[in-house]
Design a binder for this molecule. Structure first.
Ligand SMILES: Nc1ncnc2c1ncn2[C@@H]1O[C@H](COP(=O)(O)OP(=O)(O)O)[C@@H](O)[C@H]1O
Ligand SMILES: [Mg+2]
Length: 247
């Protein structure tokens, strides 16, 4: 097993953001995590990558600082509970955050360089992989990234995450705000990344598209896992469709 989340509970003050969440992933999988807005999906990705604990440590003693975090996260058999976010990233557990966030004032190439800061010696091979996957980024290498289209910026955000050599890449809502054709293209790339051997945890609003790519899925609602299993079975389940997927 590559990732094992065991009974994870997160609260910010009195708000229970995650409630006893458990989740498992094997190496090579493309797993979908879906659920309504505010369900806790981003919080789960941030907890897995050490950022909730970073919040807790940096905001302790401030008004926002009353953060509770219980449960265990194992990655490649190693307990992540006491590792800092950068140490978790160094082990290959990488987050591509929501609302695509390249450094807008930097060029495409500068963004990709920033992504490779942990492995400067492997810059050449990493960028070759990213350019092979996204030829558009190669064409636009010297463009200021904030001037590119939404779809191109999302590709850059994923490209930058790939520069840090992920073993498991968590992608948070990559298709939000993209036109249908751009979205379709992006999902094809996501599939390709997985076929290149990178394990993916995909958080998406577009359940149908996301479940079409993944073999397994988890549904999160109000901070709890309410269903999990084979993606096609979940899509066929009437209760799941009506209650959680709005289909
Ligand atoms: N830093 C924070 N402090 C307090 N509440 C938060 C914080 N971040 C998120 N929340 C709340 O936690 C809930 C889950 O948020 P989030 O994980 O972003 O959900 P999702 O990604 O599924 O839309 C929401 O109600 C949100 O308002
Ligand atoms: Mg979110």
């Amino acid at each position: 097993m590559l990732l094992e989340v065991k009974n994870l509970t997160v609260n910010y003050d009195t708000a229970m953001l995650l409630n006893d969440v458990s989740l498992e992933m094997d190496t090579g999988e493309l797993l979908s995590l879906v659920g309504p807005n505010g369900a806790g999906k981003t919080t789960l990705l941030r907890a897995i990558t050490g950022l909730v604990r970073w919040d807790r440590e940096t905001k302790q003693g401030t008004k926002a600082g009353n953060i509770g975090l219980q449960g265990k996260i194992f990655f490649a058999g190693e307990d992540m509970s006491n590792l800092a976010a950068y140490e978790i990233a160094r082990r290959g557990l990488i987050l591509c955050p929501e609302r695509r966030r390249p450094f807008r004032e930097l060029t495409v190439l500068e963004n990709l360089k920033a992504g490779s800061y942990m492995y400067p010696g492997q810059f050449a091979s990493s960028i070759e992989f990213v350019y092979h996957l996204f030829p558009r980024l190669k064409e636009r290498a010297n463009q200021i990234s904030g001037t590119m289209s939404g779809g191109e910026q999302q590709m850059l955000a994923i490209g930058r995450a790939l520069m840090s050599k992920p073993k498991l890449l968590c992608i948070d809502e990559p298709s939000t705000g993209l036109a249908p054709l751009v979205k379709k293209d992006l999902f094809a790339k996501i599939k390709e990344i997985n076929e290149e051997g990178i394990t993916l945890l995909l958080v998406e609003q577009d359940v149908a598209l996301s479940f079409a790519l993944s073999t397994r899925g988890y549904i999160l609602s109000h901070g709890k896992i309410v269903a999990e299993g084979n993606s096609q079975d979940l899509l066929k389940d009437e209760t799941v469709r009506r209650a959680y997927l709005g289909l």
